[in-house]
Structure formats: C-alpha cells, structure tokens
Design a binder for this molecule. Structure first.
Ligand code: CP
Length: 317
C-alpha cells in the first residue's frame, strides 16, 4: 500500500479485513509500529468521527497526531494552479502540503466536491494535487467522490456481525434537506461489489443512479420495498444526483427508513455512516432499535484507520 484513497489501494481486502479484526481484538498490541511516528490530519471540511477516530487510531499505534483545520487554523489556502494570489488566499497548497509533509510520516486529508463541476470532482483534481505535492503516504479522509475509511469500517461491522455465509446488503437512498456528495454511496459500492459473500442491491428513486465505475453491475432496484425484501443489512444514505450533477431530484418522505420498511427485511441490521438527520433520512425507531449498528459502525472507524496506518507505517520499521 502506497497511499489509501480507494478500494483498489486495499489490495488483498481479505488480508486487510483479517488484520483489522486482529487489531480490534488487541488494539494496543502494535505500539512498536507507531513509535517516533507522527500522523498529520488536514481537514478542508468539518468532521466529528473521521477526525477523532484518526487521532485515536494513531494513539493506539503509539504514534502522535496533529490536526489542522485548513483555512481556520492556518492561512487561507489557495488551490488553483497559476493563481494570481492578490485576493483572500494567503498560501498555496503547493507549499503548504510540501511543508506539512515534513512534519509527519503519514498525511490524512479530507477534501470535498464542488457538486457543480462533475469533471473536476470525478477527476479528483483537488485530491490529486495533494498527492502530487505530498512527500509522505496520503490517506483519504474523504475526497470529492470516495470515503474509503468509512466503507472499510462498514465492511468490518458487517463481517463481525454476519449470521450466515452469504449476506444480502441493501444500500438505500434516503431523503435529505440539502444536496449531499455521492462519496459514501460510491465508496460503499466500490467496496461491497467485490466482496464474494455479499449480494449488493442498490435502491433509489429514478435519476439517482451512481457512477457505474463504482456500482460495477450491482443490482439496481427502483422499488425500495422490493429491494428491502429479505435484506440482512440495510445501509441508508442520502446523495444528490450524479447525472443531473449535484441536484436534489426528490425529497419524497416515503423513502425515509421506518420500522415498516425494516419489517420487509430478514431482521436486518441497520447501518448509517452518520451524521444522520433524524426523522428525515431515518426514523428514531430504526436508529434506536436493537438492530441498529450505527454506534458500533462509528467505533470501527478507529480500527479501519488503525489498520491502514499499520500498513503504511510498518514499512519504515
Ligand atoms: N462518517 C463520517 O465521516 O463522519 P464525519 O463527517 O463526522 O467525520
């Protein structure tokens, strides 16, 4: 593993998942890996889980961690190539990323999509610039199109709770009051389409089809109730349109997950990456039910990050 930005970077996912299970069972057993190492974390967008679980993951490994909220903790950063910086931006990411690389052994970075320029977002123009300026391995803490640490934590959560050899996993679109990125659903598909014991079904209103590069032939079912029938896991998430880029095409409250929806499933466990808009995306009764794994799932963000850090830092040992 050179960087960690997508499922492809995971390489042998079975080995990585096994490592995550071992690290979770013995979280302080690998502290030699992080000794005298520093993990840098840069956020261009807000975060609760990613920020705190990444710091905890570094500490568990015996490493130090620093966090920078770009723009508020630092100078206002310029990202455009060839910019004439006579406006509000004070430092270019070209210098900033190169400088910060000297202050850490691994750099985690969260960027964001424009949701207006699909070509730039899906070309990961911003994140690729960071990769080119960094001189240490880079971990995606969410980019314009993907959130691989979230999906790795989701996979870990499903793997440690599954009740049979094969699992039907349903990703369902849910309503929201804002236009949100496609990162989480893209990444969920990127990871779960290739898991050999998972049958992935994606359900959403027409117009919310995701980039086929990530869904890779997974079954798409526009009838949410039909999709949920017999599901072992249900992951709910809102996203804006990929084809009508960044647009909200539906706010149909009928897509909000309720106990009536969950009653169609095979006593399914419920997943959501959080944060969640209660009683908009998902009802209280589903979020607070014994089948809800949302807190365990968020807890597994630590072990997903710790496993990735372990892979990247062990090379220098
Ligand atoms: N799921 C997730 O990435 O949460 P944060 O945005 O709070 O980090």
């Amino acid at each position: 593993m050179k960087n960690f930005t997508s499922f492809a970077d995971a390489g042998d996912y079975k080995a990585l998942l096994q490592q995550a299970l071992e690290i979770k069972a013995n979280p302080y057993g690998y502290q030699h890996i992080g000794r005298n190492k520093t993990v840098g974390l840069i956020f261009f967008n807000p975060s609760l889980r990613t920020r705190l679980s990444s710091v905890k993951a570094a500490y568990n490994l015996g490493a130090q961690a620093w966090v920078l909220n770009a723009g508020t903790d630092s100078w206002t950063l310029e990202t455009a190539d060839g910019a004439v910086m006579d406006g509000s931006t004070q430092e270019h990411i070209k210098e900033a990323i190169a400088v910060m690389s000297q202050y850490c052994d691994v750099l985690g970075v969260r960027t964001f999509p424009t949701l207006t320029d699909r070509e730039a977002d899906y070309g990961e123009v911003f994140f690729n610039k960071i990769l080119s300026y960094a001189t240490v391995p880079v971990i995606s803490l969410e980019s314009a199109t993907l959130h691989p640490l979230q999906s790795f934590a989701d996979l870990l959560t499903v793997a440690e709770t599954k009740r049979a050899e094969r699992m039907k996993v349903v990703l369902t679109w849910a309503p929201h009051v804002r236009a949100l990125p496609q990162c989480v659903p893209n990444s969920f598909c990127d990871w779960f389409t290739d898991i050999d014991w998972v049958d992935l079904v994606i359900t959403h209103p027409e117009g919310y089809e995701l980039d086929p590069k990530f869904t890779r032939g997974a079954r798409i079912e526009y009838d949410q109730q039909k999709a949920l029938e017999g599901a072992d896991y249900v992951q709910a998430k809102n996203w804006s349109s990929y084809y009508d880029y960044g647009q909200v095409l539906s706010t149909d409250p009928g897509w909000m997950l309720t106990p009536a929806h969950m009653a169609l499933t095979n006593d399914a466990r419920f997943l959501h990456c959080l944060p969640v808009r209660r009683n908009v995306e998902v009802s209280d009764a589903v979020l607070d039910s014994p089948n809800s794994l949302i807190i365990q799932e968020a807890g597994n963000r630590t072990f997903a990050m710790q496993t990735v850090l372990h892979e990247l830092l062990k090379k220098g040992i």
